[in-house]
Ligand binder design. Sequence first.
Ligand code: PLP
Length: 254
Amino acid sequence: MSNADIRANLSRIREQIAAAARRSGRSPAAVTLLGVVKGVDPARVAAAIEIGLADLAENRVQEAMRRRDALGPTRDRATWHLIGTLQTNKVRQALELFEVIHSLDRWPLATEIARRAEGRGRLVRALLQVNVSGEASKRGLAPQEVEPFLERAGQLESLRIEGLMTIAPLVSDPEQVRPVFRRLRELRDRLARRRWPNADLRELSMGMSGDFTVAVEEGATLVRIGTALFGPRPTRMADPFREEGAAGGEELLG
Ligand SMILES: *Cc1c(COP(=O)(O)O)cnc(C)c1O
């Protein structure tokens, strides 16, 4: 995929986002496009930054570290988001690499992020990953776990929860997952009526290449787009939900 292709894809996707936002009576500016760079070579990532993509997302800490070395100072021109599962023993590196963590999905991870953030005198921005569809293969809090999680997170002063994230099931017709996006928004709307000491639930991270227009119509503020922007990933990377090795059992239960 050439740089010209990336540029053309970017402007087409931005138009589609804008049209979907208008259909739902929102401003196109309310939606941020995150370019998902997993499996994309550093030259393409640098090109995307050059042509004005300001927010980029990785799903693996290890890959992000390698790419940071390859990109050099160009990397600092974008805001970096972590969208994949974060193992507790990689939190320290993750805080060096990312500004926003979209995949906060269990309590021990929250306390570890807070502990590391405190040590660095930093406030960490995170989203709670919610398994709206209830698929066994998906990470995330069950919808009913979100409210108690927010209550508990009130004690973690160096962690700010900025919203909710979900990964919809892969389907051929994106209309099939509209109810998933709608339920995440309704959950957010209900919880946002309460005042939280260190949460501000303005963000909804939902929508990928195959379903982002539907997600935007349902209220997405952050859409995570890989293949529609950069082309197909090498098959080794084809499974977007691949995890970085097995996490410890107690961690998964957190
Ligand atoms: C890979 C990935 C995406 C982007 O997927 P595409 O279908 O290539 O747009 C979005 N979100 C998460 C969590 C991912 O792992």
